[in-house]
Design a protein around this ligand. Structure first.
Ligand code: XMP
Length: 502
């Protein structure tokens, strides 16, 4: 506008998922050829472009493990102490689909009673037996208990029942092929790994090997461990949180606030990407909803930009503040800054159905972050609750009163909403609600439907790969009447579908 003129506030119209449909395109290939791999950050790719939200009712270690196994990734929430969040990272990194680098062990002088308790505590059936100097002295399993009457467990020592050295073992750093060979040749359940000095250096179990074959799409780091992300802020101990998470082995840090176009957060990203101690880790910044917001993160050196101000199912940011951008437009605008710089875009929040994943990718995203669609999974934190004969799980906004108030414990999530310095709970201005979603069973089944939906979208658009989908996908803007036509109508649904919930 000319200087001094008021810009036309109605010049731009924002569109969201329900405002558009994708046009069908010509498909000259078989559905089996479709590949859903997509970029996640500058340096990382996911076979399944799904990310579980950094929320305390969505992602802790169990969800992060399940997401990584499906080829996606989980971002551990930050409403936890630094130590607790780092411990969650550690749990994911230890859940190896191949080699356990730091197995649970037992000493030769432990009693069988202690062995039994330890087995129950860690839910494992056998242990390498390790002496005080760390040397492997034997291996013991539940089966070794069987030949000792329970009455004698309190007085019998592990050393009396274990299989002592020499044992079949492998060198630390053994290849997958060699390990498989040894397991097969000696019909072993467990293969201990030892270093040159005879100290235990790892453990391979047949079970873990089988598991890794069950998850062919799993997201893994260079050492074969599952990948995991974790959210951080900009306030207080944020730097210490970031470095502690890096020490624990986190793959991706998500500098995460409700409004990311903020000097303090951009400074945090810049520091993370320039400090020699941290710059090797991928950093995602967000959330933004405009081209200039995304550009600011690109200029700060970020590895991906997360987009979404107020689209989330539990968000009240737009009604409490009047600020936000409908999500399709927000993703498109952000991608205009990110695409030329080769920085991936993550569409965060507002997804209700699988069809919206492809819509987000066509609008300019490379991956999507999900909250409500995953909060009902078995692997999300919290118990299922029964109400009116149906099972539910709690789901709440990180800006809800429940997540931001202390209610007897420290809230670490207030700075996401720039209220870190608010000390009294009744002074908090919430930007989210607390609720529940229907229980949906294991993530594997939920992810199957979401990825299956994306597969179908790609086939209907005529795209074999995500880059093809992004290039070929075309939107048509629809009316409210068309949206009504899109959903089931004029019938009473009599059986619940696994991917459609009224
Ligand atoms: P969905 O729609 O998938 O959204 O449930 C998840 C995303 O919502 C954001 N989020 C919030 N936004 N107030 C907000 O305005 C909140 O309390 C809140 N909690 C989460 C967040 O980006 C998440 O990934």
């Amino acid at each position: 506008p000319p200087e001094g003129a008021v810009p036309d506030p109605f010049a731009a119209t924002g569109l969201t998922y329900d405002d558009v449909l994708l046009l069908p395109g010509y498909s000259d290939f078989a559905p089996a050829e479709i590949d859903t791999s997509s970029r996640f950050t500058r340096e990382l790719e996911l076979r399944t472009p799904l990310i579980s939200a950094a929320m305390d009712t969505v992602t802790e270690s169990r969800m992060a493990i399940a997401m990584a196994r499906q080829g996606g990734i989980g971002v551990l929430h930050r409403n936890l102490s630094v130590e607790d969040q780092a411990y969650q990272v550690d749990l994911v990194k230890r859940t190896q689909t191949g080699i356990i680098s730091d197995p649970v062990t037992i000493g030769p002088d432990a009693t069988l009673e202690e062995l039994d308790t330890r087995a129950g505590q860690y839910r494992i059936s056998g242990f390498p037996v390790v002496g005080a100097d760390g040397a492997l002295v034997g291996i013991v399993t539940n089966r070794d208990l069987r030949f000792t009457p329970a009455a004698e467990w309190a007085t019998t020592r592990v050393r009396d029942v274990m299989t002592p050295m020499p044992l079949v073992s492998g060198p630390a750093g053994i290849s997958r092929e060699d390990a498989t060979g040894l397991l097969r040749q000696h019909k072993l359940e467990r293969l201990p790994l030892v270093d040159d000095a005879g100290r235990l250096a790892g453990l391979i179990t047949v079970k873990d090997f089988v598991k890794s074959e069950q998850f062919p799409k799993a997201s893994k780091d260079a050492q074969g461990r599952l990948m995991v992300g974790a959210a951080i802020g900009y306030f207080g101990d944020a730097w210490q949180r970031a470095t502690t998470l890096i020490e624990a082995g986190v793959d991706v840090l998500v500098a995460d606030t409700a409004h990311g176009h903020v000097r303090l957060l951009l400074d945090m990203v810049e520091r993370l990407k320039s400090d020699p101690a941290t710059r090797h880790v991928q950093v995602i910044g967000g959330n933004v909803a405009t081209r200039s917001g995304a550009q600011a993160f690109v200029d700060a050196g970020v590895d991906a930009v997360k987009v979404g101000v107020g689209p989330g199912s539990i968000c009240t940011t737009r009604v409490v503040t009047g600020v936000g951008v409908p999500q399709i437009t927000a993703v498109y605008e952000a991608s205009r800054a990110c695409k030329p710089a080769g920085v991936p875009v993550i569409a965060d929040g507002g997804m209700k159905y699988s069809g919206e994943i492809a819509k987000a990718l066509v609008a300019g995203a490379d991956a999507v972050m999900l909250g409500s669609l995953l909060a009902g999974c078995e692997e999300s934190p919290g118990e299922t609750v029964l109400a009116n004969g149906k099972q539910y799980k709690a789901y709440r906004g990180m800006g809800s009163l429940g997540a931001m108030s202390s209610r007897g414990k420290t809230s670490y999530s207030k700075d996401r909403y720039f209220q870190a310095e608010v000390t009294s709970d009744d002074q908090i201005v919430p930007e989210g609600i607390e609720g529940r979603v229907a229980y949906r069973g294991p993530l594997s089944a939920v992810a199957h439907q979401l990825v299956g939906g994306l597969h179908q979208s790609m086939f209907y658009v005529g795209a074999r790969t995500v880059p093809e989908l992004q290039q070929q996908g075309r939107f048509m803007r629809i009316t409210q009447a068309s949206l009504q036509e899109s959903h089931p109508h004029d019938v009473q649904i009599t059986a619940e579908a696994p991917n459609y919930h009224g």
